[in-house]
Design a protein around this ligand. Structure first.
Ligand code: NOJ
Length: 761
């Protein structure tokens, strides 16, 4: 096939050459600078010229909070050593120091006691809210509502900047197709198109229109790159992916956030095709800083430099520093490699001083852009801290996005919404849990601050009786230790079953503990943990009229529930307003409109499972066994990407496709709300490039629109497909658009819609 190659980015080979020349020539041209504001560039150069090599390396060093800055200063040991480093200007940033008072004190030490007084940048994982927590990112992605997602990040920044933070380690834009990986909760799911838009919305929310404002903060796209493809979903595991997946699935969301001006990027724990991300010059220099022209700085992940040693790549910490710095990792988080060895490496010529200068120039630029040199204390305001945390406006917005994030998975016989006048029985420990709904990344918030489901029902005025059924976990619950699940204590079963027997409807609130997803929380089984499945089946034996309310941070395997339970509501971990959002949805005050951002497998053995897979040479189905399938379960997911029901019904008709202008292919469809309930729909457009120089997936999301339709109302939804949507990256990383036949599907989920075709001339 002839390739009408429209090169959207300069070829990777060219950039390889450019970056080799850049490294040889000593990295960035000093005159260029990294800010669009020439005045900032001049200030950065002037400051750089005054800095000693030690001070430059210091800017590249980040420490975790090492003492309680509101208490007495450490007088011995490691903490004293680090405090001395602060005073010498050998620390550019700290993470996990919280509170206006503590951040102010550390800033004071650096500003007043170090020679040049270069302010610190304070980093924290502000992932889905700060004090007020919004739904976990995967849940927010289910809203498909970019404005609400941006708002959520905006409010998070307003709260976090009031306690001294000016840099968040978010958004995580890792695409992942494997629900076994616990960190899927932190991303936007399996699709690069949706993930790119959501990533950009989050960056916009955190950084705002003016980075120098005291309520905006620098964002950090992570983890560059490939972390979401850790083998068998085991966290920190090897990543080995082909070029097509790298260029078309993993990298696009990073490119999108770089285009959205994200100020920092975090590299990653994993190796990518044998090279640790932290020491990966191809990723950081050639692609990120080269081809994409990224102007911010790169931070390592926690200890990811040092981890190049167990990876079998660097032989000792000195070599770590050499490899990481030369590969473009600008700041070291908690490996201590730069602060220990970088000066020596520059003196011996193993790392050019220009490499250090380039990193420092990038870091200082972000600090200037944040306005830290004008007022290093602008983020440390006790008054704002008092006023803004758990602010009612933020709670209101958190409720709004929580409602939008809920996905109705099943509603047989319209069992939902419930009638407020009829009493229900509620079962499940998660129904009264005020912490689990806060999710895994709640570092800035306080335990027990979520509205529980029971509280939500009370506030809504619903009538219910409650039984716990079974405890979910036993033993202590902590961010850094394994949970122990209750697998033996069934003492609560009998009360739950007895209540269920006499109930009209039973609402069972089951799922994952809030700390069962996130970092270090991979699973090989994706069913309901502990005794919950058994409890569900016991209750079902006496009353089949069950509404299953799920709380979880990843896709679960729900095959039994789907076969038996009439109504299933996916509520994820919804944050501070969880119980209100759930109660309002159960009783119809909110009509669910969320759509899954990740496929739900039928069985774990299907993982990784994703809608945009390749066709294979034997897609089947065949009457014999020689086609690509499983003997024991269908190939399809239980609930596909893009799936989600509503209390309304939407009818699709009149698909029109006009490809007369190959630069703007027009697609439209009419959608009617045929029910008597007002609702919201997300219309999705998928394409398939039938034949290409690199085989393309069976479907790719290339457009969507979320909108409200009143009962009986219709609307024409239109899309325009340009080169951007119709092209792809070939195996050399070049963006190409190839003429030929395309399939198009527009509908309500990735597996249901009206289909058409067009030829791209
Ligand atoms: C390790 C995690 O992988 C990363 O996402 C996080 O930002 C850092 N720790 C800092 O907490």
């Amino acid at each position: 096939m002839e390739i009408k190659s429209l090169m959207k980015t300069t070829s990777i080979l060219t950039f390889l050459l450019v970056s080799v020349i850049a490294i040889l020539a000593g990295c960035a041209d000093k005159k260029v600078g990294y800010s669009t504001d020439p005045e900032i560039n001049e200030k950065v150069e002037a400051l750089l010229a005054k800095m000693t090599l030690e001070e430059k390396v210091g800017q590249m060093n980040q420490y975790n909070g090492f003492y309680d800055a509101t208490g007495p200063a450490p007088s011995e040991g490691d903490a004293k050593n680090k405090l001395d480093h602060l005073k010498k200007g050998w620390v550019g940033s700290v993470l996990n120091v919280r509170g206006a008072e503590a951040t102010r004190e550390l800033q004071r030490i650096v500003v007043e006691e170090s020679r040049l007084g270069i302010p610190l940048i304070f980093g924290l994982d502000v992932i889905h809210g700060h004090k007020t927590l919004t739904p976990i990112p995967l849940a927010e992605a289910a809203s498909w509502d970019l404005a609400a997602i941006e708002k959520s990040a905006r409010n998070a920044a307003i709260e976090a900047t009031a306690v001294g933070q000016n840099w968040t380690f978010a958004p995580m834009v890792d695409i992942s197709r494997d629900a076994r990986w616990g960190r899927v909760m932190e991303g936007a799911g399996e699709d690069p198109y949706l993930g790119s838009l959501i990533g950009a919305a989050r960056v916009k929310g955190f950084q705002g229109d003016d980075l120098a404002a005291s309520n905006t903060m620098a964002a950090c796209a992570k983890h560059f790159a490939g972390y979401g493809f850790s083998e068998s979903g085991r966290d920190y595991n090897t990543v080995d992916v082909g070029t097509s997946t790298l260029y078309n699935i993993i990298l696009p969301p990073f490119k999108a956030v770089v285009d959205a001006d994200v100020k920092t990027v975090m590299n990653s724990f994993n190796t990518l095709n044998g090279i640790p991300a932290t020491g990966n010059a191809f990723l950081q220099r050639d692609i990120l800083k080269g081809a994409w022209g990224f102007k911010g700085f790169v931070i390592s992940d926690w200890g990811s430099g040092q981890q190049m040693i167990p990876h079998g790549y660097a032989s000792d910490l000195e070599q770590v520093a050499e490899m990481a710095a030369n590969a473009g990792s600008d700041m070291d988080m908690e490996s201590y490699s730069y602060v220990k060895y970088l000066v020596k490496l520059v003196e011996s010529g193993k790392v050019k001083e220009a490499v250090v200068d380039d990193a420092v120039r990038r870091i200082l630029t972000v600090k200037y852009e944040l306005g830290l040199f004008d007022d290093p204390y602008k983020y440390c305001s006790e008054e704002r801290e008092k006023d803004l945390l758990y602010h009612p406006d933020h709670q209101k917005d958190a409720l709004d996005i929580a409602k939008k994030s809920i996905v109705l998975l099943k509603n047989e016989g319209h069992i939902l919404p419930l009638d407020r006048n009829k009493k229900v029985v509620v079962i499940g420990a998660l129904a009264e849990d005020k912490t689990s709904p806060l999710g895994s990344w709640r570092i800035g918030s306080d335990d027990s601050t979520a509205v529980s489901v029971l509280e939500g029902l009370d506030l809504f005025g619903a009538k219910y009786a409650y039984a716990e059924g079974a405890k979910l976990v036993t033993g202590p619950v902590a961010f850094n230790s394994e949970l122990v699940f209750n697998t033996t204590d069934r003492s609560g079963f009998s009360k739950a079953v007895a209540l269920a027997k006499s109930a009209g409807t039973v609402v069972m609130v089951l799922g994952e503990h809030g700390l069962q997803t996130g970092e270090g929380r991979s699973r090989t089984e994706l069913g309901l943990p502990g005794l919950q499945q058994e409890l569900l089946e016991n209750v079902y034996a006496v009353n089949k009229n069950i509404v299953l309310v799920l709380m979880n941070g990843r896709p679960l395997t729900l095959t039994w529930a789907d076969e038996h339970i009439p109504a299933i509501l996916e509520t994820w971990h919804l944050g501070s307003q969880s119980g209100n959002a759930i109660a309002q949805t159960l009783y119809g005050a909110n009509n669910p409109s969320g759509k899954l951002p990740m496929s739900f497998p039928r069985r774990v053995g299907q993982c990784p499972i994703y809608y945009n897979h390749m066709n294979t040479g034997r897609p089947g189905p065949n009457t014999d066994v020689f086609w690509s399938h499983y003997m024991d379960v269908a190939n399809t997911p239980l609930y596909p990407f893009g799936y989600g029901l509503s209390y309304s019904d939407f009818d699709y008709s009149g698909l029109k496709v006009d490809a007369s202008d190959p630069k703007a292919v027009k697609v439209s469809v009419t959608v009617k709300n045929t029910s008597d309930t007002d609702g919201e729909e997300v219309t999705q457009l998928y394409i398939r490039d039938r034949f290409a120089s690199v085989a393309r997936p069976v479907k790719e999301l290339k457009g969507f629109e979320k909108y409200k339709l009143k009962a009986g109302e219709s609307k024409t939804v239109s899309f325009i497909l340009t080169d951007k949507e119709l092209g792809f990256y070939d195996n050399d990383g070049r963006f190409v658009v190839e003429p030929g036949m395309f399939d198009v599907m527009v509908g309500t989920s990735s597996d249901k819609g009206l289909t058409g075709e067009f030829e791209l001339m």
